[in-house]
Design a protein around this ligand. Structure first.
Ligand code: C2E
Ligand code: MG
Ligand code: MG
Ligand code: MG
Length: 291
């Protein structure tokens, strides 16, 4: 764009408020069509147990290949989808994709769980637990092979509303995880009251733990706190050997991050899993997946 008359040049690389608003509006109006036409896909990132290095499961992460804007990450469109009240369509789609995969793996003798990120908006829907239960039945997936990841800030925003829904989800037998733990301002007392099974340490602390002593201290205290509450502790954002080794020494249960694998498309995930599957000799039903 041209320079303002007599003034400084307009910074053309900064989208204007109007452009941002228009893009958000477009994403919201195009979302359903995008799901129906295959622009929206699910990628999967493996989760690996320590110290065994067994592949326990995958986290489902939504992706949108937009015809005009290219590959979009969830941070770019999920908030707009949520604000427009369309998150049910997103969650339903991701959950069906993930459960289809889990069912296919079960048919091949592999027990791999899937984790799906759940918007706090879904916890406000009174029939959400029934929707989950119906999907598990429809896909023939045992509840313990589905993990629902809820952000700390989401749950803590309105614990009174979220708590009854969480209790009903927990009663189904699905695994409940608190995502991005450490970034919100949850009191530890609340974590104790929540019917959750897993706590995921936010990647911002994990990134820094090799060089920053305060990050290391935060990670260590979450591992200890989690274990003292009987929770499984997962670290996300593991990018380096040092972090993995420190987490292993602390007794962290599960790690996830670029060191193990980036989120993968369906076909690349299948190849990744295939390369790590060992059949126990003489026992076709026993399949072990190790890194
Ligand atoms: P999250 O659930 O905390 O997911 C972890 C994010 O960190 C993912 O970003 C993942 O690609 C990224 N990540 C994983 N390991 C590493 C690493 O080692 N290094 C770095 N730098 N990044 C790593 P992504 O896929 O862009 O997702 C961002 C967030 O969007 C997710 O955070 C989740 O809160 C949300 N999200 C993703 N899929 C869905 C969905 O289907 N529904 C809803 N409601 N939210 C979703
Ligand atoms: Mg997550
Ligand atoms: Mg997270
Ligand atoms: Mg996050």
């Amino acid at each position: 764009r041209a320079a303002k008359a007599g003034g400084e040049p307009v910074r053309a690389y900064m989208p204007s408020m109007g452009q941002i608003f228009l893009r958000r509006f477009q994403l919201v109006t195009q979302f359903r069509h995008a799901v129906e036409t295959g622009q929206v896909k699910v990628h999967y990132q493996p989760k690996v147990a320590l110290p065994s290095r067994n592949v326990l499961g995958v986290e489902a992460l939504v992706r949108w290949t937009h015809p005009e804007y290219g590959d979009l990450h969830p941070d770019e469109f999920v908030p707009a989808i949520e604000a427009a009240g369309l998150v049910g369509a997103l969650t339903g789609f991701v959950m069906e994709q993930a459960l289809t995969k889990v069912r296919k793996w079960l048919d091949k003798g592999l027990r791999i769980s899937a984790a799906v990120n759940i918007s706090v908006r879904s916890l406000a829907e009174q029939d959400f637990p029934e929707q989950v239960s119906d999907l598990l039945t429809r896909y023939g997936v045992p509840p313990e092979l589905l993990t629902l990841e809820l952000t700390e800030s989401g749950v803590m925003a309105d614990p009174q509303k979220a708590l009854p829904v969480l209790r009903r989800l927990h009663a189904l037998g699905v695994v409940l995880a608190v995502d991005d733990f450490g970034t919100g301002y949850s009191s530890l007392a609340y974590l104790r009251q929540l019917p959750v099974d897993e706590v995921k340490i936010d990647k911002s602390f994990v990134f820094g733990m090799g060089t920053d002593l305060s990050d290391l201290a935060v990670v260590r205290s979450i591992v200890e706190l989690g274990h003292s509450l009987g929770l499984s502790v997962v670290a996300e954002g593991v990018e380096e050997d040092v972090a993995r080794d420190q987490l292993s020494a602390m007794g962290c249960d599960v790690i996830q991050g670029y060191l193990i694998s980036r989120p993968l498309s369906e076909s690349r995930l299948e190849a990744w899993l295939q390369a790590r599957t060992t059949k126990t000799p003489g026992r076709m039903d026993e399949t072990v997946l190790t890194l």
